[in-house]
Design a protein around this ligand. Structure first.
Ligand code: ZN
Length: 109
């Protein structure tokens, strides 16, 4: 018995299993082509979620910047929150940028 990865959900399963216990993919009639298209779909979905992350990070960053310049009282908790969201948004964006580059690299293989 060997452990392999399900081509649809990517979770570890036994190669003796007929149906994936995680996503219920039928393993009995998988062709090379089907496995390939499933992994394509999976990386597309992953890319889509990265794009969503990127969008939220940008929004957080911009909202932080907007608040930063519009809050008069620099000692208020709102001002601290604005700084925090700039920082978090920026770090999130940069980290996500690397994840996108990484995902594109592994897609080309
Ligand atoms: Zn699965």
């Amino acid at each position: 018995m060997a452990i392999m990865k399900c081509p649809q959900c990517g979770k570890s399963i036994s190669d003796k299993q007929q149906v994936c216990p995680h996503c219920e993919l039928d393993m009995t009639n998988l062709t090379e082509e089907k496995i390939h298209s499933l992994s394509k779909i999976k990386s597309l979905k992953y890319n889509q979620s990265l794009q969503t992350h990127q969008f939220i990070a940008t929004l957080l960053f911009l909202a932080g910047c907007f608040s930063y310049y519009n809050i008069e009282d620099k000692a208020s908790p709102q001002f601290v929150a604005a700084q925090a969201s700039i920082l978090v948004g920026f770090i999130w964006y940069v980290v996500n940028r690397f994840r996108i580059i990484w995902a594109k690299r592994s897609l080309k293989k």
